[in-house]
Write a protein that binds this ligand. Sequence first.
Ligand SMILES: Cc1cc2nc3c(=O)[nH]c(=O)nc-3n(C[C@H](O)[C@H](O)[C@H](O)COP(=O)(O)OP(=O)(O)OC[C@H]3O[C@@H](n4cnc5c(N)ncnc54)[C@H](O)[C@@H]3O)c2cc1C
Length: 397
Amino acid sequence: MPRTTTVAVVGGGIGGLAAALALLRAGFDVRVYEQSGAVSQVGAGIQLAPNCARILHRLGVLPAIEKSAFAPATFDFRRWDDGRLLSRTPLGAGIAATYGAPYLHAHRSDLVAVLADAVGPDRIGTGRRCRGVNHDGTGAEVRFADGGTVTADVVVGADGIHSVVREALYGPEQPRFTGHVAYRGLVPAERLSRLNLEPRCTVRLGPGAHFVHYFVSAGRLHNVVCVVEEDSWTRESWTDPGDSEELRAAFTGWHPAVGGIIDALDRPLKWALFDRPPLARWSTGPVTLLGDACHPMLPYGAQGAAQAIEDAAVLAACLEGAGRREVPTALHQYESIRRGRATRVQDMSRANGRRFHLPDGPDQQARDAAMASSFGLSPEIDWLYGHDPMVPETAVA
Ligand SMILES: Cc1cc2nc3c(=O)[nH]c(=O)nc-3n(C[C@H](O)[C@H](O)[C@H](O)COP(=O)(O)OP(=O)(O)OC[C@H]3O[C@@H](n4cnc5c(N)ncnc54)[C@H](O)[C@@H]3O)c2cc1C
């Protein structure tokens, strides 16, 4: 009987765990190697759009995610100062009926716990920091900081924007600071009760900044992301404890709900937002990349994790049925299906960054007029939410 193809996934984030699960379901012998002492995520929320909820459903984990998630009624854009509604997209049952999958808000830790549980703790090695990858025509070896190595028929670098696997394949290249930083935090919902916040995802757009907030954890917590512009990021770390006074000052003059939410935030974390230009190749021999390792994007389409989950589904489908010798061809097929779409979503996210931060004036008025004409669930978003990576006709949008 032929030996089962072995896969080493470097990185136990959302992308790595989704890939491990999809590959396990397809019959591969998979191990995940995560540098941290536990698979865990920053305390923050995440939006799960129908294009990734559909895949999570197929992987059998959507019911468990739904249990702790929150299903928002609408997605609203509002003006920064007077809070005027600029556009409203119905979510809830309507979007689930249109796209065959729901739009959810989850706590990242809940999502990762469900994925890790489905993969199985015995398949996840923690405290394993990858230092490099070597490969030849027949397999690959992953080297770890603890001096250990593992060999596998396929290696998947799902190790995020600062990917070591990417560097091993294509050399060093610093990600670019985008000039945007995000303050993030979670607030217990009861602290916000006097604001009477509705069960919606709200994005408030203003000059040089935007403010996103929505419920997670079955409504027990409110997730807050406040994006502002800074000229440079000189600190060595990618995250810093945020200064609440600095945050309050950045949103002076905004709608009172914004100040009320900031007042309720315990010390938020401050993240520098980086991106990279699209990569020409994702795979070499039996080694490939997935998620932020190959297509990091600004969070302004709420699609980074969704694209990593789409990668996972396509990767497993391309490898399924490929013999060990056909692995490089299968990986080439995977990236050729995924690259165009991931690049399109990266471009959309970058463009949203500019649109969201327009100063008041003619361009902002034109933007708001365009938004006002797109109240409702517009077919213009079909390419994003309606995409099913397992259906060839829609695979390359
Ligand atoms: C403010 C903000 C809001 C966002 N909101 C959304 C949203 O609403 N919806 C959405 O879809 N996306 C969103 N994103 C994007 C999303 O978080 C990322 O795209 C997604 O987490 C990428 O997953 P990943 O597994 O590829 O990488 P990561 O989440 O970065 O995971 C990489 C993993 O690899 C591990 N690792 C790194 N180096 C090594 C190594 N050398 N050896 C072993 N392990 C290693 C890390 O510890 C980590 O666990 C947002 C991002 C930000 C910054």
